[in-house]
Design a protein around this ligand. Structure first.
Ligand code: PLP
Length: 372
């Protein structure tokens, strides 16, 4: 490739459309603390995500931290090792101990069959991640939570717009976090949200993100600054207008990649299932080296030599970070296997069908080469 191709490229509205959104901010001089743009974006996202209640945040990590605090989790929280560092780190920041549980070999999400073994007297919650937008086993997790009196929080940073049996993905569990970071499908440069099903929890979360300030003379608990500002909200509003177009383009790319990469031994493509809709945030391949003829790391390196930058999301496992390694006696065999296989390839609306086809053909050519 002439110029480098990265795994993603954030969508952006035209400068004119962004300026139109900004102009009323220049009139009002209201820059943050729940201004008009913020309120409008909150309403629009609530509808888009079919969310019962939604609170905007300055980023997904702080959103998750605020939800964990608002739900008063304590002691140990069972989570997945196969995720972005933020998922485990927020538990540590909240003074909780992440307990890593192995994943399902097909969905790559926390395996409900393994959760029960991890429950102790100190367990207060389950933190699942809808990895690559595939929903966790929400029914099974809900049943376990009911049996043991646990709270359930989901990290839906990859699952913007996903619906499971017609319901917004945020309708499951006690709270669900979305990230609007620039690398996600929908973004506000930096941003995030918590969706929940209970108006009282929403009220607590809103207090949590504004220092616990109830009014000029009352501060009720140690909250944090989690507010999304008006400039971010303006970008979000302008991006919402072009979101469906972005999704259409990605849908076409998804189909093209699936056609071009179909039937290659040792190459597992993201599965389309009838029960839930796709987030179209990533296009994750799984490369089984012994069958494909080359391992994932080699594919990554050879693509890089051709100026194509893929990502080994989520290598290494959180349970292998030095800060969590000691606490984790479990070898987590499935996660350990999966993390050697995954590779996210370039996937974004403006990539272009020709370029995508070329990338697919290069990957296909590796498969016939055998072990180098
Ligand atoms: C991006 C991401 C986050 C963090 O979101 P920020 O908005 O960047 O703070 C958390 N969890 C997962 C799985 C992510 O991909």
């Amino acid at each position: 490739m002439q110029s480098p191709i990265y795994v993603t490229k954030p969508m952006l509205p035209s400068p004119e459309a962004f300026h139109r959104e900004l102009s009323s901010i220049w009139e009002s001089h209201a820059l943050t603390n729940g201004g008009q743009k913020h309120e409008k974006l909150e309403e629009k996202l609530k509808a888009y995500l079919k969310a019962p209640y939604l609170s905007l945040f300055n980023n997904g990590t702080i959103a998750l931290l605020a939800a964990i605090k608002a739900l008063e989790l304590s002691g140990e929280v069972i989570t997945t090792p196969f995720t972005f560092p933020a998922t485990a780190h927020v538990l540590a920041w909240a003074g909780l101990k992440p307990i890593f549980c192995d994943i399902d070999p097909v969905t790559m999400n926390i395996d409900p069959k393994m959760i029960v073994n991890k429950i102790t007297a100190k367990t207060s919650g389950i933190l699942g991640v809808h990895v690559y937008g595939t929903p966790c086993a929400v029914i099974e997790i809900d049943a376990i939570a009911k049996d043991y009196g646990l709270k359930v929080i989901y990290d839906a940073a990859h699952a913007f717009g996903v619906e499971l049996e017609g319901k917004g993905i945020g309708s499951f569990g006690d709270a669900t976090m979305f990230s609007f970071h620039a690398t996600k499908l929908f973004h506000t440069a930096e941003g995030g949200a918590i969706v929940c099903r209970d108006s009282q929890i929403k009220a607590r979360i809103d207090l949590m993100k504004n220092f616990g300030i109830v009014n000029e003379e009352e501060v009720v608990f140690p909250g944090i600054n989690g507010k999304l500002n008006e400039i971010q909200a303006a970008l979000g509003l302008a991006n919402l207008d072009i979101l469906d177009k972005e999704r259409e383009e990605r849908q076409k790319l998804h189909v093209l990649y699936c056609e071009e990469l179909d039937g290659i031994p040792g190459l597992i493509l993201p599965e389309m299932t009838p029960t839930h809709t796709q987030s179209l945030q990533y296009f994750p391949l799984r490369i089984q080296g012994n069958l494909f003829g080359m391992d994932r790391n080699r594919v990554h390196d050879l693509l890089k030599e051709r100026n194509i930058f893929t990502r080994k999301y989520f290598f290494p496992l959180c349970s292998d970070y030095p800060c969590y390694r000691e606490e984790n006696g479990d070898l987590l065999p499935i996660a350990r296997q999966v993390v050697q296989e995954v590779l996210c390839i370039p996937f974004y609306g403006t990539l272009g069908m020709d370029v995508a086809k070329m990338i697919a053909q290069i990957i296909r050519s590796f498969s016939q080469r055998g072990t180098p």
